[in-house]
Design a protein around this ligand. Structure first.
Ligand code: HEC
Ligand code: HEC
Ligand code: HEC
Ligand code: HEC
Ligand code: HEC
Length: 168
């Protein structure tokens, strides 16, 4: 009797450990500069000024320091985060933005921004949430992405859900 009871407890404890491991959040992103999306987007800047290839290619890309220097080569504010741009440039140091969204390479799934943004006409916010409203860099993705999210929308929009559509 006692052994059976103990085994039950051990199984439950094991399941809790597995659940906790599965839900362990990815490390929070730390960005080199406290970038403010809202301050830029509310001035009318298009997403593609910084995410240059979002309409034309698979990857949107994150901005290099040259993009920031188009506007920030001279002092624009008293914000020390803005001054950092010129400090990085002076040291010749690139901006190493940490990714919030990335399909794990071992999943070998193909995703193209051009296909969804330009051909599918899907707004950024559908997949990335209210990024345009952020005043500091989010430490985690605002929308949790996984295969179920991809497949659910494909089903709804009558796009192929055959495995080879994405796993090529
Ligand atoms: C249908 C969903 C979807 C839409 C719409 C979408 N994205 Fe993405 N985005 C993703 C996914 C999925 C990733 C991760 C892709 C990967 O790792 O290959 C990603 C990654 C990114 C990245 C970081 C990596 C990179 O270089 O691609 C940026 C920046 C980005 N998206 C910006 C945008 C912007 C700006 C828009 C709107 C113009 C947009 N996205 C629209 C799903 C979407
Ligand atoms: C097309 C011009 C343009 C580009 C490109 C640009 N900025 Fe700005 N940036 C501005 C303007 C305009 C403001 C002032 C916004 C305000 O006062 O509300 C600003 C303000 C800022 C601030 C201060 C924000 C705050 O909260 O007060 C920082 C930090 C900043 N930019 C960083 C960057 C970085 C990093 C890049 C490159 C990834 C970049 N900017 C690219 C035009 C630009
Ligand atoms: C002036 C430059 C600039 C503009 C304009 C801009 N972004 Fe960004 N974006 C950045 C920078 C810098 C980062 C990385 C730091 C952060 O997360 O704030 C970033 C990060 C992102 C990410 C996270 C990508 C990843 O996987 O790490 C998404 C999604 C995104 N931006 C969407 C948008 C959308 C949607 C718009 C237009 C509404 C937009 N951005 C306009 C500079 C910009
Ligand atoms: C919000 C809806 C939505 C989400 C989320 C979404 N897709 Fe799509 N996807 C579409 C639509 C709509 C099309 C068709 C676009 C067109 O060409 O008109 C498409 C097309 C595609 C295609 C090309 C299909 C073909 O028949 O050649 C691939 C590959 C693809 N998506 C992969 C993905 C992956 C991978 C994800 C998740 C990371 C994803 N999609 C998430 C709506 C979505
Ligand atoms: C619409 C796109 C899409 C379709 C259709 C799709 N997948 Fe996926 N799949 C993905 C994406 C994106 C990931 C990575 C998810 C993540 O971020 O963890 C993935 C992950 C996986 C993984 C986990 C791989 C790993 O090592 O991380 C397996 C296994 C898998 N898919 C199998 C399948 C099978 C089997 C089918 C057909 C029944 C299928 N997928 C259909 C997009 C898709």
């Amino acid at each position: 009797m006692r052994a059976v009871w103990l085994r039950g407890v051990l199984v439950v404890a094991g399941m809790i450990v597995l659940l906790l491991a599965a839900n362990k959040p990815a490390a929070a992103a730390e960005q080199p500069i406290a970038f403010n999306h809202k301050a830029h987007v509310s001035k009318g800047l298009d997403c593609a000024i910084c995410h240059r290839y979002v309409r034309e290619q698979a990857f949107a890309t994150l901005p290099t320091i040259q993009t920031c220097l188009m506007c920030h080569s001279a002092k624009m504010s008293d914000n020390p985060e803005e001054a950092k741009i010129r400090e990085f440039a002076k040291r010749g140091e690139p901006l190493r933005w940490q990714r919030l969204y990335a399909i794990p390479p071992d999943a070998a799934a193909y995703f193209s921004h051009r296909r969804h943004v330009t051909l599918g006409n899907i707004p950024c916010a559908t997949c990335h949430g209210p990024m345009a409203e952020q005043t500091t860099p989010p430490r985690r993705a605002l929308v949790r992405f996984n295969m179920d999210v991809c497949v659910a929308c494909h089903e709804q929009q009558k796009v192929s859900t055959a495995c080879v559509t994405c796993h090529r």
